[in-house]
Design a protein around this ligand. Structure first.
Ligand SMILES: Cc1cc2nc3c(=O)[nH]c(=O)nc-3n(C[C@H](O)[C@H](O)[C@H](O)COP(=O)(O)OP(=O)(O)OC[C@H]3O[C@@H](n4cnc5c(N)ncnc54)[C@H](O)[C@@H]3O)c2cc1C
Length: 405
């Protein structure tokens, strides 16, 4: 045992860190006990079986929201840092693990999207005897793990391990194929026993303000995919307060550009992991709060002040834009990172029913609902949930594959 933090764990009988704190219910006390006894390999196997992305989630999860924040020792403000131990166990295991031999069940599955949901589904379904083929529009495996989260936060070589695992297990990976164009969902649903769609949420939400089509405006996800290909100029403004905004501003600041984040509410309202906000400040990013963009101009962006207003009846706090407070802030580049939506083009001419937010309708088990009654197409991850987290994408994949089995 390298990390004495493990000795502080109370090995709770009803562990809140796992039951209510973790979307994939990581069996923390069981693995902690094995770790204390130096039975690391056994702990690693349990973690990988439960969540094949354990080595990743233990790095990128917002621990305060999940395991750390739910530790019973939080009452004394000394929660156990389980994620450190999980990183140690799972990372070493991921570097060498291969999937065990299994008998084929004679069924096949096409997985569309090789992000966290697609990777987890591929590994689990392979283990249950399916012949698995994974298609992705990107050349390489990983989804947001490779093309969104910057390498200074997540080591790309960890993500590449999944390609090694796929290759050694005979899971077919076909990169550079955008399903919906040429290869259609309909043809996949006819050639495979099941189709599992995990195409994420990659369509940026627009600001809806004049001037947004200006060449100085860059889509955050495109920027993060290949930051070196963009000329940002001397000053960049990022709009938003989530993970995408933090990764964009940190990447820009680390490239030496004067970087500012403008946000319409408070730091506490920002959906990003608070740790990332602190890191952004350490990287030299400046923050301006209570500012909403109202127009993009050739020389900069016009912002209007905002304020929080409390509803006297419900106590609910909303943010109000204050008229007559416009000011022009000069900048060379604007990166809006306010949210994303799923791109439904993957469905081609086989459109599912959609809900009022434009997301595909699915049963509680992730079976996509089509007007013609097609019942062999499942979905998971951000495509169904909207932009969320890696661990939630894995949890939703588990729900869907349990109904396929
Ligand atoms: C910049 C950024 C930073 C983030 N930081 C964190 C973090 O720190 N912690 C955290 O927990 N979560 C974070 N998230 C959220 C997390 O990454 C996502 O919730 C998670 O990746 C969703 O997984 P997914 O498998 O549903 O989709 P994705 O990871 O988006 O993968 C979808 C895959 O589908 C492919 N695809 C799309 N359309 C098609 C098509 N038509 N045909 C074939 N392939 C297609 C895409 O190329 C992609 O590879 C972040 C997200 C972003 C964008």
């Amino acid at each position: 045992m390298k990390n004495n933090e493990a000795l502080r764990c109370l090995l709770c009988k009803k562990p809140r860190c796992s039951i209510s704190g973790c979307p994939v219910h990581t069996p923390v006390p069981e693995c902690m006990a094995l770790y204390r006894e130096d039975r690391i390999e056994e702990a690693a196997e349990i973690l990988f079986r439960n969540n094949p992305l354990s080595a990743i989630t233990s790095r990128v999860c917002d621990w305060k929201k999940f395991c750390l924040g739910n530790c019973v020792l939080n009452v004394k403000k000394i929660p156990v840092r389980w994620y450190e131990i999980e990183q140690e166990i799972s990372e070493a295991y991921l570097r060498t693990v291969t999937l065990p031999e299994r008998a084929s069940n004679g069924k096949s599955v096409a997985i569309v999207g090789a992000g966290p949901a697609g990777i987890a589904a591929a590994i689990w379904l392979h283990g249950r005897g399916f012949e698995v083929s994974v298609f992705d529009s990107n050349e390489e495996i990983g989804g947001v793990l490779r093309y969104g989260i910057p390498p200074f936060r997540l080591d790309r070589s960890l993500v590449s391990e999944y390609k090694r695992i796929f290759d050694s297990a005979g899971i077919v990976f076909k990169g550079g194929i955008k399903v919906g164009k040429g290869l259609t969902l309909k043809s996949l649903s006819q050639s495979f026993t099941y189709v599992f769609i995990a195409t994420g949420a990659e369509k940026p939400l627009s600001l809806g303000i004049p001037g947004e089509e200006s060449p100085k405006v860059i889509d955050a996800l495109k920027y993060l995919k290949d930051p070196g290909s963009f000329e940002l100029g001397k000053k960049v403004i990022v709009i938003g307060g989530g993970n995408v905004a933090m990764d964009s501003c940190r990447t820009a600041a680390r490239s030496g550009v004067d970087t500012w984040v403008y946000y319409r509410k408070t730091f506490e309202n920002m959906p990003a992991n608070p740790f990332e906000i602190e890191e952004a400040q350490r990287d030299g990013v400046h923050f301006e709060l209570f500012k909403a963009p109202v127009e993009v101009r050739e020389d900069g962006v016009v912002f209007r002040d905002c304020e929080n207003v409390t509803d006297p009846e419900t106590g609910k706090i909303s943010t109000r834009i204050i008229d007559g407070t416009d000011s022009l802030v000069p900048c060379d580049t604007l990166i809006p990172a306010i949210s994303e939506r799923p791109d439904l083009s993957v469905f081609g001419d086989m459109m599912p029913q959609t809900n009022r937010w434009g997301y595909p309708e699915a049963s509680s088990t992730g079976m996509v609902i089509f007007p013609d009654g097609t019942s062999n197409v499942f979905a998971a991850g951000d495509l169904l949930l909207g932009p969320r987290t890696v661990v939630e994408a894995v949890a939703s994949a588990r729900k869907a594959i349990e109904s396929i089995l």
